[in-house]
Ligand binder design. Structure first.
Ligand code: GLU
Ligand code: MG
Length: 460
């Protein structure tokens, strides 16, 4: 018998855990707890309670309107068949196992929330519960996934948001100059992430002006999605303390390399990394190859989840290492699917695949859940990878390597044809995502790239 991953534990159990958590939080000076979720437009929304209210929140949830499921990036609302109006109520339940005091927001703690109906049944539109269901679908086959989402951001002086960004460093791409200019800032980010229990792998200056990146150790897909949200909150809070402002938007300056949200994934059976030691390309096992082939084939539709804004398509262009081609290649940074084998000797732990086309306008729970769904479908069908692309796909003969959709409408067409995603997401979540995408297409229709960038730059 399988256990429903979305079932709430009994209220008394939730209350008891919250009492213990609240007592611990008080000892470290926490007074407020932020209950966060990410909407279908990729915006992190929040309701907060005083620490004394955590027990009630854990027992009965905190109210939130269902219409948040169709909020857009500019806080207007799309209308969908079932949601969108002023009525109804959902309950936000903090995941107490993931609750953490915020190192850069003294007195505050944060917990990701799952959304349930008032009768305690899972809200079918809850993105985090969707990701948990997909993890469970992998577990039913004896498989686990390890994931990590890279966080890229651009930091600017905290001037008027409508002004063009002024960068606090003029150091070159990947330059030590930038690390020196922003020495205390970057150290504060490292410290805060470490205090929050996160394992940082790397922090480094990126390519675009004012751009940096942090990468985190692999964990379960839902945990990796939580981490990517927490990292962004942390970077934003540290930036504010330094008189700076961070942008995770797909593009911050039109025509300039943007911010990615690359997803690293490896597939495991018991303690065996299935991305190595097998008979497939570069040692992929049949299961890992099937999984990756499924994800690669589904990429045009997956973009609706992972590359979800009209602004995303200003970033997803060739020659910017954004992965604009539907192909794979070992260590190929222009391929949407980059195979990473690791150095000789460390393959058993290091081998993984990176999906590069995704960005941070995405709701990370939708991204990881949808990739698992597409991957498992590929594995079940026994798909194999197409031939590898070993060079820059832009240099291939025209048409030899398929470009990913160049705009959101084309991705939406692929999404509408995806029975796998429709079934995995379930009709309410599938429809709400579609309503948001269509409404954002309309919102930005006829606007220039400069206008789209200006409207989204400080929203994500
Ligand atoms: N900033 C690039 C992007 O838009 C990625 C650079 C890299 O490969 O890390 O995805
Ligand atoms: Mg990068």
């Amino acid at each position: 018998m399988s256990i429903d991953p979305a079932a709430l534990p009994p209220p008394a159990e939730r209350a008891a855990q919250a009492r213990l958590t609240a007592a611990k939080l008080r000892t470290v000076g926490v007074e407020g707890v932020a209950l966060g979720w990410v909407d279908n437009a990729g915006i992190a929304r929040v309701k907060a309670v005083p620490v004394g209210g955590l027990e009630h929140a854990a027992e009965w949830g905190v109210g939130a309107a269902p219409c948040f499921d169709v909020f857009l990036v500019d806080d207007s609302m799309a209308t969908d068949r079932s949601v969108g109006g002023p009525t109804g109520d959902l309950r936000l339940y903090p995941d107490l196992d993931r609750l953490v005091p915020l190192a850069a927001q003294s007195g505050w703690a944060w917990a990701p929330a799952d959304r349930y109906r008032q009768d305690g049944t899972p809200h079918p539109g809850c993105q985090r519960l969707f990701a948990r269901r997909m993890e469970a679908a992998a577990a039913e086959r004896g498989l686990t996934l390890r994931a990590g989402i890279e966080v890229e951001w651009v930091v600017a002086e905290a001037g008027p948001p409508e002004a063009e960004p002024v960068f606090p460093t003029r150091g070159p791409a990947y330059g030590m100059h930038r690390l020196t200019d922003l020495s205390d800032y970057l150290l504060d980010i490292l410290r805060a992430l470490g205090e929050q229990g996160l394992t940082v792998l790397q922090v480094h200056p990126e390519y675009a002006p004012g751009q940096f990146e942090v990468s985190l150790a692999a964990e379960s897909p839902v945990a990796a999605a939580d981490t990517s949200v927490l990292v962004r909150h942390t970077v934003r809070a540290v930036s504010a303390r330094h008189g700076l402002r961070a942008s995770f938007a797909p593009v911050v300056s039109p025509g300039v390399v943007g911010n990615g949200g690359h997803l690293h994934l490896s597939l495991w059976r018991e303690r065996q990394n299935l991305c190595q030691g097998g008979p497939g390309p570069y040692g992929l096992t049949g299961e890992a190859e099937g999984f990756l082939a499924g994800a690669l084939a589904a990429l045009p539709a997956l973009l609706v989840l992972g590359t979800p804004s009209p602004a995303s398509y200003l970033r997803l262009v060739p020659s910017q290492w954004a992965g604009a081609y539907q192909c794979w290649g070992r260590e190929n940074r222009e391929a949407a699917l980059r195979l990473v084998t690791g150095s000789t000797g460390e393959q058993a732990t290091a081998a993984n695949a990176e999906i590069k086309c995704f960005d941070a306008a995405a709701n990370p729970y939708l991204t990881v859940g949808a990739v698992i769904a597409a991957g498992l479908a590929g594995l079940d069908e026994g798909l194999t990878l197409p031939p590898e692309v070993t060079a820059d796909p832009a240099d291939a003969p025209p048409g030899a390597v398929r470009r990913l959709p160049a705009g959101l409408p084309e991705a939406v067409e692929a999404y509408e044809k995806s029975a796998v995603l429709r079934e995995a997401l379930g009709e309410p979540l599938y429809d709400a995502v579609l309503a948001v995408r269509r409404a954002e297409i309309e919102l930005f229709a006829g606007r220039s790239p400069e206008e789209i960038v200006a409207a989204t730059r400080w929203r994500y």
